[in-house]
Ligand binder design. Sequence first.
Ligand SMILES: O=P(O)(O)OC[C@H]1O[C@H](OP(=O)(O)OP(=O)(O)O)[C@H](O)[C@@H]1O
Ligand SMILES: O=c1cc[nH]c(=O)[nH]1
Ligand SMILES: [Mg+2]
Length: 217
Amino acid sequence: MEIHVVDHPLVAHKLTTLRDVRTDSPTFRRLTDELVTLLAYEATRDVRVADVTVETPVAPAPGVQLTRPTPLVIPILRAGLGMLDGMTRLLPTAEVGFLGMARDERTLQPATYADRLPQDLSGRQCYVLDPMLATGGTLAASMRLLVERGADHITAICLLAAPEGLRAVEKRLAESLGDDNGATLRVVTAAVDERLNEHGFIVPGLGDAGDRLYGCV
Ligand SMILES: O=P(O)(O)OC[C@H]1O[C@H](OP(=O)(O)OP(=O)(O)O)[C@H](O)[C@@H]1O
Ligand SMILES: O=c1cc[nH]c(=O)[nH]1
Ligand SMILES: [Mg+2]
């Protein structure tokens, strides 16, 4: 699995405000949206395009356009929903599928409560949106589901990742799918933080992303 940490002063600046405990929900939502667009620029670097020629008012011009099937964007509910608009702003023709997953606060295991994804993802480039990659259980389960449905190119966009979570995603996917599953798997993130705490929270992190976006449930 390829891990790409986006090293850019604007990303670092926005992430710093996002982490700040004094940042309120409206500002947190706006910054998440802005950060996703910056991360998406990197994450879509290898989106599939085909050569085309258009006529300018002056002459034919060679160019490219996105190929079909169109990419699929998958926000992981609930917190991933806060990243959807920022992503589709950059990829307006993408289709959107939804996965609802919640981590049990005690066992830290993810449970899937909603699956509105196509059954056949053969040849689909998939972009998974989830702000936090903590133990990695949620991302490993979602990537596994997508590969089992035929996706061969999956990029996860996360605001923050924990080092042990990144290692766990690689290990779990190798165990469940095999090392030579043929899929390209990537994680694009704004930062890899220090560690997880005893509650499975990223340190220093930004707290509970879902709660900070939408309030407590
Ligand atoms: O890497 P993991 O240890 O699996 O944790 C990460 C998951 O935890 C958070 O979601 P949460 O379960 O809190 O659901 P929510 O988005 O509804 O708040 C976060 O948005 C990820 O989906
Ligand atoms: O730090 C964390 C870990 C999991 N989920 C969050 O929202 N934050
Ligand atoms: Mg949460």
